[in-house]
Design a protein around this ligand. Structure first.
Ligand code: ATP
Ligand code: MG
Length: 433
């Protein structure tokens, strides 16, 4: 028989290469609709030409508005223009959210000799700080330290972690250290205490969300770089752009959708990539997001979500906190996990709501006060599947779900209160208004 894999083999390498321009790590040469932000950054950073340290800079904007990639692009241009004079250090504070790891990574990106690199653990923070300072002073030029997702670091140790890093600028003598902070939070500065704010608060640049037509330009340019533009229908580009625009103008989502659409088309040997590929890609993308957010939940949130899914499975009516809690305890028993108190469960439900994994609405029960009515949105079967991928939850066989705790929400039956009173009060007192 002819090997069925062969037909997939032919252009595979070529296609993979072409699609790297649609990958998240690819930094394009040009950034449509970001020339103002790039000009501002260049103006501020070009002070090194006059031997004056650049002002500290904060870049703000929602997810997928180009902050990281524009900052990396401009950093590369700066290094290229002044290779002897400037070093740029990029640190992602989501991955390095302690003083220790920021200092180690910063020092190691200056230390060229592999044998002299600082170990990832074992040193005191003070020792690394002094070593980094020594490395910075040895360079005697301008150091630009880019702190991406800076808010993650700012939250650590009551702001001490960020403060220590910013102090490098005061302590370095022969070199000049400047910072570029990047964050999604427009109110970031207000959350900082004075000693940190005063060091950071010099210049800020806003990256506004893209609209659909701007995203279309960005996408079209990327698609042209793949060399597959002839294959991709305009309507597919527009649809990816429209979906990205709906998602607070997120270029990452738009580009990811375009890549997945093309991948699906190539896999199915399609000659054209049209809207139907984009719809399929969107479903796949959303499933991936769902899976990631479920995988990232702490154990008790997973058990609680599983409880909500199986409770809803039993009876599609409105669920209330009390019955989800009852079933949560049963699942905990089945999994031999110590259950949490109902008060903690109230908080976890609020977090699941914030993540969009459940929908809660507060309803009045007349003289019995108020309670949260909970629904699990679409994809409950998939949720269950992803939840059961957890190594603790995968022993779950299914509990007997009693309906004795169900409160009918119809007005005339709203007084049929059957949930244990103390438990409800407990939950209600921690409810999210
Ligand atoms: N104007 C643009 N032109 C070309 N590509 C862009 C543009 N803006 C964003 N992108 C691309 O969109 C994707 C997301 O951008 P980036 O990672 O820079 O966003 P971000 O603002 O840092 O998001 P987050 O806050 O989630 O970290 C990247 O692949 C980036 O190259
Ligand atoms: Mg980013």
């Amino acid at each position: 028989m002819t090997n069925p894999f062969f037909k997939y083999r032919s252009n595979e390498v070529d296609n993979d290469l072409r699609l790297t321009v649609l990958s998240s790590s690819f930094i394009p040469d040009s950034f449509p609709h970001r020339s103002d932000q790039i000009d501002q950054m260049v103006k501020i950073l070009s002070s090194v030409m006059r031997n004056s340290p650049p002002s500290n800079l904060l870049l703000y904007g929602k997810s997928g508005t180009g902050k990281t990639s524009v900052a990396k692009k401009v950093s590369n241009l700066l290094k290229e223009a002044f290779p002897e004079k400037v070093k740029v250090i990029y640190i992602n504070c989501q991955l390095n959210d302690s003083t220790y790891s920021v200092l180690v990574n910063a020092a190691n990106s200056i230390i060229a000799n592999e044998n002299e690199k600082i170990p990832l653990s074992g040193w005191t923070v003070e020792r690394i700080y002094n070593e980094l300072l020594r490395q910075i002073e040895k360079f005697s030029g301008f150091i630009v330290l880019v702190l991406d997702e800076i808010d993650k670091l700012a939250r650590k140790n009551d702001g001490d972690s960020l403060y220590v890093i910013l102090k490098l600028a005061d302590d370095a003598k022969s070199s000049r250290v400047s910072f570029i902070g990047i964050t999604n939070y427009t109110s970031f500065l207000e959350t900082l205490e004075a000693r940190v704010r005063s060091r950071l608060n010099q210049e800020s640049i806003v990256f506004p969300s893209y609209n659909a037509s701007q995203l279309r330009d960005i996408l079209q340019e990327r698609v042209n770089l793949t060399g597959m533009a002839g294959m991709v229908e305009e309507s597919a580009v527009s649809l990816c752009a429209a979906i990205g625009a709906r998602e607070h103008g997120d270029a990452r989502k738009a580009i990811d959708l375009m890549r997945i659409s093309i991948e699906i088309g190539i896999r199915d040997f399609m000659e054209k990539i049209g809207e139907e590929n984009v719809y399929k890609a969107r479903d796949k993308y959303e499933m991936n997001i769902l899976r990631e957010s479920i995988n990232g939940l702490p154990l008790h949130s997973k058990i609680l979500l599983l409880s909500a899914v199986v409770t809803q499975d039993q009876d599609k009516d409105n669920m209330i906190t009390g019955e989800i809690y009852e079933n949560y305890k049963k699942i905990c028993d089945e999994l031999s996990v110590q259950s949490l108190t109902s008060r903690r469960i109230g908080d976890l439900l609020s977090e699941l709501d914030d993540l969009g994994l459940i929908i809660t609405v507060t309803r009045s029960l007349g003289r019995y006060g108020r309670t949260r009515v909970i629904t699990v949105p679409d994809h409950d079967e998939l949720m269950k599947k992803y939840l059961l991928e957890d190594e603790v939850l995968n022993t779950f066989k299914g509990i007997k779900i009693g309906k004795q705790h169900r409160l009918k929400m119809d007005a005339d039956e709203s007084q049929s209160r059957t949930v244990k009173e103390d438990e409800m009060n407990d939950i209600l007192s921690s409810r999210k208004e």
